[in-house]
Write a new protein. Structure first.
Length: 292
């Protein structure tokens, strides 16, 4: 009794022919024994089968590593599935990640995905792609600490505040390398995704807009309960981010346009790093990000 095609994270051999089901290929899995098969091998599935215990559910909240797979790249299945769904049918949607999805649906789908653990239901049945975007953002916001960890938060702010572009990029690459592996790999995966969104003319979401949306989500503050003083310190002191025409300018003589907060400035700077830098963390093991 096979379930509808669903998304998995790791390549596995077909239970009938033994060939590995590779990146982007469809697969079906038995509801009882969880045997993974090529669709063409479905009729040859052995019977009877022996039920296996279900995959444990994820915690309702935790640090990113609690949701990551055991082998690289350490990107949670939920993140991979949401990103893949957005890129499959969302890159023609205006205001991607800025337009909110229905809050009730976002909460419900997030609960379903967390309960499912690694065996995720397909998101293709979610009619509104903005709901999928909302699930991804809500998952990232609900972590016990942001991808940019509390301990490295000051270092990211300092690096993003360096006025020289080359020195800033060098400092950011160094700080990124200090992140826990799951945070580093997931950040790389998301940066590559957001760059693809920014390059889609239909989305009308350039790096400036994306940094405003994802600054609070990926960077946040230096603690779970920031003081009013800490929040004030995240207000831009002087713009160091270039290349965003038609947006607000710094006070005084500075003519550089800037994001609305230092967390947004960090994301804008991270998105300015070379894509090859980010690919180095996820594409060496890209086959492990299998989505069927």
């Amino acid at each position: 009794d096979s379930a509808p095609p669903y998304q998995v994270i790791r390549p596995e051999p077909c239970g009938v022919c033994g060939s590995r089901i590779r990146f982007g290929k469809a697969a079906v899995k038995c509801r009882q024994c969880q045997l993974l098969l090529h669709p063409k091998c479905r009729e040859q599935c052995p019977s009877p089968c022996v039920p296996r215990p279900r995959h444990r559910a994820w915690p309702r909240e935790g640090v990113l590593a609690d949701f990551a797979p055991p082998t690289p790249p350490l990107v949670p299945a939920l993140v991979v599935q949401c990103v893949t769904e957005v890129e499959t049918r969302g890159l023609t949607e205006t205001g991607l990640y800025r337009v909110p999805g229905t809050e009730q649906l976002v909460r419900e789908w997030k609960r379903r995905l967390l309960r499912a653990g690694g065996m995720l239901p397909a998101l293709s049945s979610v009619a509104d792609i903005h709901v999928v975007c909302g699930v991804l953002k809500d998952f990232l916001r609900g972590l016990k600490e942001p991808l940019v960890t509390f301990s490295l938060h000051p270092a990211f702010l300092r690096a993003a505040d360096i006025p020289d572009d080359a020195a800033c990029a060098t400092a950011l690459r160094h700080v990124v390398s200090k992140l826990p592996p799951a945070n580093r790999d997931t950040l790389a995966f998301l940066m590559l995704h957001l760059l693809r969104v920014s390059h889609s003319p239909d989305c009308k979401m350039d790096v400036f807009n994306l940094s405003r949306v994802f600054g609070p989500t990926l960077v946040g503050h230096s603690s779970a309960n920031p003081t009013p003083l800490a929040i004030m310190e995240d207000t831009p002191r002087q713009c160091k981010v270039r290349g965003f025409p038609k947006h607000g300018l710094c006070p005084g003589r500075c003519q550089h346009p800037h994001p609305s907060s230092l967390p947004a400035q960090v994301v804008a700077r991270l998105l300015s790093l070379a894509p090859d830098f980010w690919r180095g963390f996820v594409e060496t093991e890209q086959e492990n990000l299998v989505l069927t």
